[in-house]
Design a binder for this molecule. Sequence first.
Ligand SMILES: *Cc1c(COP(=O)(O)O)cnc(C)c1O
Length: 423
Amino acid sequence: MSSRSEDLFARACELIPGGVNSPVRACHNVHCHPAFIARGKGSHLFDVDGKEYVDFVLSWGPMILGHAKEEVTRAVAEAAGRGTSYGAPCEDEVTLAAMVTEALPSVEMVRMVNSGTEATMSALRLARGYTGRNKLVKFIGCYHGHADPFLAAAGSGVATFSIPGTPGVPESVVADTLLAPYNDLEAVRSIFEQQGSEIAAVIVEPVAANMGLVEPAEGFLQGLRELTAKHGALLIFDEVITGFRLSYGGAQARYGITPDLTTFGKIIGGGLPVGAFGGKAEIMNHIAPRGEVYQAGTLSGNPLAMAAGLATLRLLKSCDYAALEKRTAAFAHELEAVLLQKGVPVQVHTIASMFTPYFCDTPVTCFADVKKCDTGLFETFYKQMREQGIFLAPSAFETGMVSFAHTDDDFNKALEAAKKVAF
Ligand SMILES: *Cc1c(COP(=O)(O)O)cnc(C)c1O
């Protein structure tokens, strides 16, 4: 007998391409159907068949406080009672902007949008408009949303499906996208030596979290800061994942680097569709209507989304990030030990409240290293963990997420499940 998830997925596949509204959810790569979720509470998800999971996906990052956090849902419900969209400014937009600029000193002004994709797309347009240059440097395996110029050698879903870029993106659009391997400062230096005067910006995930989890090498981010400054290009930190996760001040606080522009998404919307980009006032003032670089949105700064973001940041401000990092690291190390005992090649990367098991024993510092991982071993691991109620991202190229709602019992359940996996 088929499950309700399987039935829903079959119906969904007739109505929605691939049965999902974002490819990474499809479980295509691990050869099974996705679980359809009925509800979430704290660190747990419940599917339509009544199965309960410990959730290490957290909507791919946003739910750092756990699902249905009371203060957040109450703020959203109250906002909804006052109307769901005005097409005119509201006070929460100003309050949230103030909280973001206070949390990240490099961000003097911020503009709200509706997704991370919109944030990076708009930041790139601004960088191009501001510098009067067209070229962009991005890193292989870094994902910056699905706008055309970033879909060259993007990680995550694109990597999972081995689409070389993607059909539908004209070569002319990505012709200005210059690629370098992550952590390879020499490659970036040589690009700048040849084309420095044409480069508008370098965009980087300060911690790469869309090819599994790859930390920046010592001096890498600092090197990017120096190179961009020297050549008059902007440095864009894509903190859509790392913002309010790596620390309250994001990756830039942790590494002590001041980018020119920063993009946000995920956590900043507290689980509602929000993105944002911000940076130096001198640059941000080039955005319309103050400046000439056009950018707009009917639902941007939406009152529900602002309420969710505000409630989330207010709680996060007093959360103990260091303690969560310690617990995540202990879990990741234990997980690695459990899997190593089974004789499989594995290394579990971890930083802050994120972790990725890579099924390989050679060092992983860039996308070429990531690709050496054994995806068959990952599939076995994924399926048996899911069967035992542990919800992981269905791809070997993703990052596990931990929330402030995860308990020691959740970690222990995951470790006990890992002990039972038969490779
Ligand atoms: C998720 C993500 C994006 C895109 O955000 P969406 O809200 O999915 O459009 C951009 N950059 C990074 C680093 C991301 O992880």
